[in-house]
Design a binder for this molecule. Structure first.
Ligand SMILES: C[S@@+](CC[C@H](N)C(=O)[O-])C[C@H]1O[C@@H](n2cnc3c(N)ncnc32)[C@H](O)[C@@H]1O
Length: 211
């Protein structure tokens, strides 16, 4: 099924691209994760029923609706482009008509990812290359501060991971890679997911530190 048809089955519109018009070099354009990639990811990645997901730079909300619909999980999307955020809200209104039976909360917040206050129950964070590594560092720092305060296991899911993100996570954080999932048929080496995990037990280890 094509992207538009899959959108239609959820009652949403997420196809297309939106560039930033006002020279926001740290912020990347809108483009949704392909449904094909999401299907592959969730054939290989298992959620637990306690999971609460945040999509940093959620755009029109494709990942948010997909997860909510398929796994009935609480999901929050953060979006910095007001027009795109409004489109996510329009999608939510239409999606909710079809998904009344799913009780889990589904939220969109307008604002910068680096200003989002991590909830103590947030434990799975999705990034499709939304912004510069400079902002990514701040967001990961916020996640680490939150888990130090309220200890829990957390995962980061990176789609189309760029070298700067990977280098930062490897050299400056306690996250480790638990899985790499390639999207079949993709011609580009970056068409894959990398899942990073920080286990709760890590905090009990003597050499745990966060820069
Ligand atoms: C590549 S799109 C990913 C959309 C969605 N996560 C998905 O996978 O379908 C990146 C999105 O991040 C948003 N964005 C860029 N910088 C941001 C920031 N600092 N805070 C929140 N959102 C941001 C863009 O406007 C864009 O909608």
């Amino acid at each position: 099924m094509g992207e538009r048809k899959l959108d239609k089955s959820l009652g949403i519109r997420t196809v297309g691209i939106r560039e930033w018009t006002d020279n926001k070099v740290q912020y990347n354009r809108y483009e949704a994760t392909p449904y094909k990639a999401l299907n592959i990811l969730f054939e290989n990645y298992k959620f637990r029923d306690v999971d609460k997901v945040v999509d940093f730079g959620c755009g029109r909300g494709r990942v948010v609706f997909y997860l909510h619909n398929r796994f009935h999980l609480p999901v929050t999307g953060i979006e910095a482009n007001y027009k795109t955020y409004e489109e996510a809200l329009e999608n939510k209104a239409l999606y909710r008509l079809r998904a009344e039976h799913i009780n889990a909360p589904l939220k969109f917040k307008y604002g910068l990812a680096q200003h989002y206050k991590i909830d103590k129950k947030d434990n799975c964070f999705y990034f499709f290359n939304p912004f510069s590594v400079h902002i990514f560092r701040k967001v990961v720092h916020n996640i680490l501060r939150s888990v130090e305060k309220d200890r829990r296991t957390v995962d980061l899911i990176l789609y189309y991971p760029i070298r700067e993100y990977k280098d930062f996570l490897k050299t400056s954080t306690p996250f480790s890679i638990i899985n790499k999932i390639r999207v079949p048929g993709g011609s580009d080496k970056k068409e894959k997911f990398i899942i990073y995990r920080l286990r709760e037990e890590v905090f009990d280890e003597d050499d745990y530190w966060v820069s």
